[in-house]
Design a protein. Structure first.
Length: 620
């Protein structure tokens, strides 16, 4: 491949393999042989080798790479280390990734931007479970070009038969994966055989050495694809200038080019392109340039919108089949609302697990939750339709990160496989009689009164009295109680954390329908997790959700124990019991807090009615 002078993009490479297969040694050898080390690095390198008594012809090149003290002590790589390499032909970025299964998320980080993967296999060990796992992840993340670097040929006396057997084994099992090309090279990273030059010791191999292959690999460059640029900033100035800034994630932008704005669908043409560094007008720009540009028409464009080629636009949908890797120590539970960051957009979505991957043998496993480093096939449903392309076509528009709305920490990463067909067949129906008209027939505004508290706190008793008091006031209500719902709608759910999340998700949707019907909806559920209570709050309009915390100390609730549940939980007969071996997250800012130690259930119900009157929910 001839690298164009105006497009000297780095070739991104991920190097992976099992522990002690020689990843760091190979990278160190490449840096050393291409003379990309500073004088002080070389000095320290030789001093380290001398300290460990290494022979001059057997230098430990891993010392050039393993800089973390924990790595030195344990002899392993525990993070993603990026190294820069350049030759006369090409610039490269090498990602050295961990070999252990518990660091799967680190490997995903390194692979997410790579164009080629180097899989290192120890010639003495052959294809291991880790090799299959790494191969699966590389395939899952869309890496099409694989180098099978069969290392440590010196330890098997450069045996061609063993090399070919390992190669054939890999090619056989990798048929299930989606690799475009697999190039196998016998190497010795320690001795430099077939790393930067072909080795006479491996006379039976007549292919390219590793560096030659990387220099001449034809990269699937983004600038050959249609134009895609997400808007990062809208620029307005006093002299009536209106421009837009962003980074071109694929394609080429040209002056007078016909483009379409998504999701609005309006079309226009590019008027001017300005290079931000030089601050001068240019005729065109290609991936991955950052540009400011103007349009020939005044169109309402906001941050997160897209400018795309008019003759080759993107699709829009709100439901997708995805692959998700979970990157948080907190477990993932289906149905929770998460923030999704896609390019310049911050969106809300719910994710549901289809199955989890066993990344050691490619099997599909049923699962209700995901733990740290798990990878699963899921369905995601966005709050609004989004502009997208499948990950295999455009990584920038087909990938995203998942953010925990409670902590604002990154908890997952995903890729879009395809849009679900059902998303284009579902349309919201506008009814003549809406919520406001329904509520006018009644004596109140509809809302959800959500009682939460531990078992035995008195939620159901207070809710029952409240409904009776409201009935006497001719208020139209319905009462949804945890035990009653679990006898019907949620009969299929248990009491694991995952089932509790799904339990609240379903009752939240039912409560929303009740509010739409104009009914004052009383809900009595333990609902132990803040995130699920927040999920229900977000389902309805502002001021339509009233959180009532029935505040009862655990020792009091346990002393009451009307159903004998605490006694069973303490004896180990009732696992996952809230307050004993499953957490209850106390509401931080509930609309009402009822202390049942000092007030009777009837007095607590009266306090709720007083609140409803003060907030004008009751038309009395």
């Amino acid at each position: 491949m001839t690298i164009k002078k105006d497009y000297n993009k780095h070739l991104r490479i991920i190097i992976c393999g099992s522990v002690d297969d020689g990843k760091s040694t190979l990278i160190g050898r490449l840096l050393y042989e291409t003379k990309k080390l500073y004088a002080d690095q070389l000095k320290i390198f030789h001093e380290e080798n001398t300290k460990f008594g290494t022979q001059e012809n057997k230098l430990d090149f891993s010392l050039l790479v393993d800089g973390l003290s924990a790595e030195r002590e344990q002899g392993i790589t525990i993070d993603v280390a990026y190294r820069f390499l350049s030759t006369k032909k090409r610039k490269m970025i090498l990602a050295d990734t961990p070999g252990h299964e518990q660091y799967t998320r680190n490997m995903v980080t390194g692979a997410s931007t790579a164009s080629v993967g180097i899989l290192i296999v120890d010639a003495k060990k052959g294809i291991l479970k880790q090799t299959r796992r790494h191969s699966f992840i590389l395939s899952l993340l869309g890496i099409k070009n694989i180098v099978l670097a069969i290392n440590k040929l010196d330890l098997i006396q450069y045996d061609e038969v063993i090399y070919k057997k390992i190669k054939e084994t890999f090619l056989k099992f990798s048929k299930e994966l989606k690799f475009k090309s697999i190039y196998s090279i016998p190497i010795s990273a320690l001795d430099g055989d077939n790393v930067t030059k072909n080795s006479k010791k491996i006379f039976w191999y007549n292919g390219q050495n590793l560096l030659d292959y990387l220099e001449n690999l034809e990269d699937d460059t983004d600038y050959k694809r249609p134009l895609r640029i997400p808007i990062q900033y809208v620029i307005r100035s006093v002299n009536d200038f209106r421009g837009y800034s962003g980074t071109i994630v694929s394609g080429k932008m040209c002056k007078n080019q016909k483009v379409t704005v998504l999701p609005s669908g309006f079309s226009t043409t590019i008027k001017k392109i300005i290079a931000p560094k030089e601050k001068k007008e240019i005729q065109n720009a290609i991936t991955p340039s950052s540009v400011t540009f103007t349009l020939n028409d005044h169109i309402d464009i906001s941050r997160g919108d897209f400018i795309v080629d008019k003759n080759n636009t993107c699709e829009i949908s709100d439901q997708f089949r995805i692959d998700l890797i979970w990157m948080d120590v907190k477990s993932f539970f289906p149905g929770r609302t998460y923030f999704i960051k896609m390019e310049c957009r911050l969106l809300k979505a719910k994710i549901f697990i289809k199955y989890k991957y066993d990344i050691n043998n490619f099997q599909k496993l049923m699962s209700k939750t995901l733990d740290l480093n798990d990878i699963a096939c899921c369905d995601i449903i966005f709050e609004h339709k989004v502009v997208y392309e499948k990950y295999e076509i455009n990584r920038a528009l087909g990938s995203f990160i998942v953010i925990d709305p409670e902590t604002n920490s990154t908890c997952g990463a995903g890729k879009i496989n395809f849009a679900l067909r059902r998303s284009s067949n579902i349309f919201s129906q506008n009814f003549i009689i809406d919520k406001e008209k329904r509520s006018k027939l009644k004596n109140h505004k509809p809302c959800i009164i959500w009682f939460t508290g531990i078992s035995g706190s008195g939620k159901s008793t207070i809710a029952n009295i409240l409904e009776k008091e409201l009935y006497d006031l001719q208020i139209h209500t319905t009462l949804l109680d945890g035990d009653n719902i679990r006898s019907g709608l949620n009969k299929d759910l248990g009491f694991t954390d995952a089932d509790r999340v799904e339990n609240i998700r379903r009752i939240g949707e039912v409560s929303k329908l009740m509010v739409e019907s104009g009914i004052l909806t009383i809900v009595s559920f333990i609902s132990p997790f803040k995130s699920e209570r927040k999920l229900v709050r977000n389902l309805v309009n502002e001021n339509e959700f009233i959180e009532v915390f029935v505040d009862t100390p655990l020792e009091i609730a346990e002393r009451r124990d009307p159903k004998g549940l605490y006694k069973k939980a303490r004896s180990g007969k009732l696992p996952n019991f809230t307050g004993i071996d499953s957490p209850y997250e106390i509401p931080e800012n509930p609309e009402l807090k009822l202390k049942t130690v000092n007030s009777s259930p009837k007095e607590c119900a009266k306090k709720v009615i007083t609140y409803l009157k003060s907030k004008k929910f009751l038309f009395l």
